[in-house]
Design a protein around this ligand. Structure first.
Ligand code: TNX
Length: 621
């Protein structure tokens, strides 16, 4: 029997109410159900030709009436404007075939978004002549006459063992520098700020001055970029440089789709080439738990996998087969060490109390209150994804997880999430009602503050600092030692900084690398805050000059959420070249930034990316 086929199309739109029409063919004789993923809520009462049996997150199950082959339904008040929004991961489950339930893959024969063609878009980059340069743009740069010949096996001298620094340089460039007294490259100690450096390339020698390792590393990275652009004959160069911000981060969501340790190492290496120093590792979310926790093997045995018949249903790219993965503690230790060698601190994120669907599915006895009849729906359409701040099990869970996280990650900063706790949660929980009474809380949001304050204090007792998304301020219980990550808007960050919180700026409208590059239907990505073009990223100024609380702005983070990051190619495409613009936002003072000049330096940088086999998005001319 040939595989069933499905044609999907949007055949009616009324504003943001969108009607889908599915046509199936080559169907089996036995009764079937259609399973698929669509990151939208279906209006159950709108379904024609069948009924909606289940929806949880992006997972949907439709049951046809009388084995009919046409299904229609409506998603209300939600834009569906791109191919990457469309349903995917189709399969059938067969009820009674004599040999038990059976699954059949469904081939997607066609899909239609049902939108008129868009007008041609304007070129994305101004016409400028290509120029040699470094990204992020250094504070001061001069190009004197002459060239320096960089031998493949050049020697480097320095006031300390240079093994790790040179290994990093060699990994980036493919050269084989080694430490020796009789050297043509000199690392020299100088009374500069901790991350500052001076790089001088003259016909005779290369000198990098800095106060210590961080500065020398930055100098070597600039030299590496120069070498990657020019090969063995390096134009002479004089540069003095230091970063605008101490926190320069890239974020990767490893829950929505799993990314291998090899992919993360590759990203860390790329980050180091653009002088990022923080990797924010999003390890848990509704769609999967990715960190081995010895105290709760269920978190990785159960919550790290999704698929048909599993505790966590298929999600996002979908399909019946088990999908997932996790990082063992020894892999984590190895990755932490690798990042340290590149000058990057890893900040783990355990996202609580929302975004906990997978964890709750794995540990229901600990994390669920039977008598809680609160009804809510998260932004990603889960109705069972929030920890209960009034259950003893919640704290047993949190404490053990935090204990192991503290032991695994030597950095001072631990991110506890705190975002997107849905409205309506906890209102009909007897345990929460009792806790509110006992503590004199008036508002359910105080329960959010209650549980995050617990985490902050637990971490503080172990010498760690809690970080969180801007919603950690809800309920006003967390102390001003907590760093706030502003994501819904730039203003949210300014407000938190004004209130005295240290702030990391990650405004979605400018720095979210999961947002599509432009309005084109073909262009993949989310767009609730976008699109976000290369130029928009570049234009971000995280700390406006006239803002009174600038000292509280620690720096910037560019997140890559992974709902749609189904492959390494897609990851590269969304990150590059926008990551280069973020690098300049994080590093270069506004006076040294210029969009035209960035565009002029781009060809040289894209050529570096090609050498590193990065599948970046080619800007449209
Ligand atoms: C909002 S940013 C989220 C994530 C989503 C992202 C998609 C934040 C703290 N929460 O759960 O993946 O939007 O852009």
């Amino acid at each position: 029997m040939s595989a069933p086929l499905i044609h999907t199309q949007v055949d009616r739109r009324d504003g943001d109410d969108v009607w889908f029409h599915f046509t199936l063919s080559q169907l089996p004789d036995s009764p079937w159900k259609l399973h698929f993923c669509l990151p939208r809520q279906i209006d159950a009462s709108s379904v024609e030709g069948g009924t909606l049996e289940r929806q949880s997150g992006s997972y949907k199950v439709l049951v046809p009436q009388d084995g009919g082959s046409e299904l229609r339904f409506c998603c209300r008040s939600t834009p569906i404007k791109r191919n990457s929004d469309l349903p995917q991961g189709f399969f059938l489950s067969l009820g009674d075939t004599g040999s038990g339930p059976q699954l059949l893959p469904v081939t997607l024969a066609s899909q239609a978004l049902g939108l008129p063609p868009l007008p041609a878009t304007a070129p994305e980059l101004p016409e400028v002549e290509a120029a040699n340069g470094i990204v992020p743009q250094p504070a001061h740069l001069r190009l004197p006459e002459g060239n320096f010949r960089l031998a493949e096996r050049a020697h480097v001298s320095g006031p300390l063992p240079l093994g790790p620094l040179l290994a990093h340089f060699n990994e980036l460039t493919g050269l084989a520098l080694s430490q020796d007294h009789d050297a043509e490259i000199h690392l020299v100690e100088a009374p500069l700020a901790p991350e500052a450096y001076q790089l001088s390339i003259s016909p005779r020698e290369v000198v990098i001055q800095a106060a210590g390792e961080a500065g020398w590393r930055h100098g070597l990275v600039s030299l590496a970029q120069w070498a990657l652009q020019h090969g063995e004959s390096l134009p002479c160069l004089e540069l003095r440089d230091e970063p605008r911000f101490g926190f320069r981060g890239i974020f990767l969501d490893c829950s929505r789709h799993f990314h291998s340790i090899a992919t993360i190492k590759r990203l860390l290496k790329q980050m180091s080439l653009f002088k990022f120093n923080r990797f924010h590792w999003h390890l848990t979310d509704d769609e999967g738990w990715r960190l081995e926790i010895k105290a709760f093997p269920q978190l990785t045995e159960v919550a790290a996998w999704r698929g048909h018949g599993l505790a966590v249903a298929p999600q996002l790219s979908g399909g019946p087969d088990p999908y997932g993965g996790y990082y063992t503690q020894s892999e984590v230790r190895e990755l932490v060490a690798y990042a340290t060698g590149l000058g990057i601190t890893i900040i783990p994120e355990i996202d609580i109390p929302g975004h906990c669907h997978a964890a709750i599915k794995a540990l229901p006895a600990l994390l669920r209150e039977e008598a809680d009849s609160s009804r809510y729906l998260s932004v990603q359409f889960f109705d069972d994804n929030v920890l209960n701040p009034a259950l003893p099990g919640t704290y047993e869970f949190l404490d053990k997880v935090m204990e192991e996280v503290c032991a695994l990650f030597p950095g001072e900063q631990i991110h506890m999430g705190g975002d997107e706790v849905p409205h309506g949660v906890w209102t009909d929980s007897p345990a929460c009602r009792q806790l509110m009474q006992q503590e004199g809380y008036q508002d359910c949001r105080e329960l959010q503050g209650h549980v995050l304050r617990h985490c902050q204090q637990y971490l503080a007792a172990r010498g760690k600092k809690m970080l969180g998304w801007e919603e950690i301020l809800h309920g006003d219980k967390v102390s001003r030692d907590a760093t706030v990550f502003a994501w819904t808007s730039f203003q949210a960050g300014l407000d938190a900084a004004s209130q005295g919180y240290p702030v990391v700026m990650a405004p979605a409208q400018q720095l979210y690398l999961d947002q599509a590059y432009n309005h084109d239907y073909q262009e993949p990505g989310l767009y609730w805050a976008g699109p976000v073009s290369l130029e928009q990223v570049y234009a971000c100024d995280p700390a406006p000059i006239d803002f009174h609380a600038n000292d509280n702005i620690l720096g910037v983070l560019s997140p890559l959420w992974s709902e749609q990051i189904i492959s390494r190619d897609r990851l590269d495409y969304m990150l590059f070249p926008r990551l280069l613009a973020t690098a300049e936002v994080a590093w270069s003072a506004p006076a040294h930034k210029s969009w035209e000049h960035f565009v002029a330096r781009l060809p040289g940088q894209l050529q570096i990316l090609s050498q590193l086999q990065v599948r970046y998005r080619v800007p449209q001319r």
